[in-house]
Design a binder for this molecule. Sequence first.
Ligand code: AMP
Ligand code: MG
Length: 484
Amino acid sequence: MLFPFQNTYARLPRTFHVRVDPSPVSAPEWIAVNRNLAEDLGIDPDALESAEGLAVLSGNRVPEGAEPLAAAYSGHQFGGFSPVLGDGRAILLGEVIHRDGRHRDIQLKGSGPTPFSRRGDGRSALGPVLREYLVSEAMHALGIPTTRALAAVWSGDMVYREEVEPGGVFTRVASSHLRIGTCEYFSSRGDFESLRLLVDYALRRHDPERVDAENPALALLEGVMERQASLVARWMGLGFIHGVMNTDNMSLSGETIDYGPCAFLDRYDPAKKFSFIDRNGRYAYGNQPNIAHWNLARLAEALLPLVAEEETTAIRLVTEVLERFPDLFRREWSRTFSAKVGFPGESGREPAERLLALMEDQFVDFTLAFRHLRNALSAEGPFLALFTWSDPVRHWLSGWRSALSEHGISEEEASSRMRAVNPVIIPRNHRIEAAIAAGKDRDFEPFHRLHRLLASPYEENSGSRDFESPPLPAEEVQATFCGT
Ligand code: AMP
Ligand code: MG
């Protein structure tokens, strides 16, 4: 058996999903197989990389033990509610048990139409497949909770988007594919029985210690809120912009999911957005915590009928939870950014905020600033060189040094803390685009090279120099697209 499936989602009632098999592709070829991840999932990497494995991960064969299905969910997209979204171009094959003892979903993306496809073809263009592979694996290497990439396949078929493009099939591994939108789906239809089952199921998968909570729906809301506050703070620590934080793209597990028009900041600008469809900057870098809070309020609304019989009581209880979000996020943000300037706990918040203000004023590259700060206690030059006006920066540096010594933090301690959280290399937008452009011409060398470099993002590596730099003006990515 290729996959030791132990499916639980397929056991849930029919209201949760529709059974549907993947549709075959013409001439599948491997682009990438994640052998290490396969091993963690109890899958034999050689068997996975065989002809049979290719047939399965291209959607041409349904493996033994799989119970392919498309999950139902709703979602608030750019603020407006869509009652029925669901897996329109993804099919869950089943679940396996990770080395850590917990279930993981194995899902094909781009594997053909489902009853949720509406006017879509259920396919993926190659670009989004390569982007999701590179960025999700880079996020994992950077230490951010994320879905993972098990494989990318060249389908041999063309897909029709703005232009005709080669197609691909992506295999995604996730702690689950439960979304805020899954709760909204049942709540909006008044199917509170399914909603109750969903809450119980979600707690079992993601909050086993809360399963016996007195108020399970409230406990789930708290768990999701804590995970999302931490996740968004960590995104921000890397300059990551998700790009489509619709409620259907926000997971209950707290993993980063649905890499669409995502991007990383080059120069620091809190108002930065890349996504072409995000005209008003709803999902801009600095607005992500507000949106997370807004999405959690949609989750709370969906859960209201389970929180208390009386609506006013239910509203009071969820409001008490939601009101904790700003402080919770602030704490997570302070922890993340304190470490980036070498301080433990939340003690570096002020120097971090002052540094960010200087970076913003002087259009400084986000990743490079923190990357050179790692070594600034022994060599200030490369850090200073990033700024146009050095006086305020020298002033900041001396204040920073004094604050470190006032807190009794040695240079070694600060530097090693910064080296653990300030990456040398990130998946820069222009490098991803270049890997995609080559991939469309069937040259996957840039993709593999980038993937290799991104596997150890915190290590200084002379081979990665080119990949550390921000784009030249002509290379700058102006906008990203959903690729749907
Ligand atoms: P997204 O925000 O890109 O994750 O997708 C939003 C919704 O559109 C989901 O229900 C997807 O399943 C659906 N969708 C996106 N692309 C396609 C496609 N090519 N074919 C069918 N459904 C799609
Ligand atoms: Mg989505």
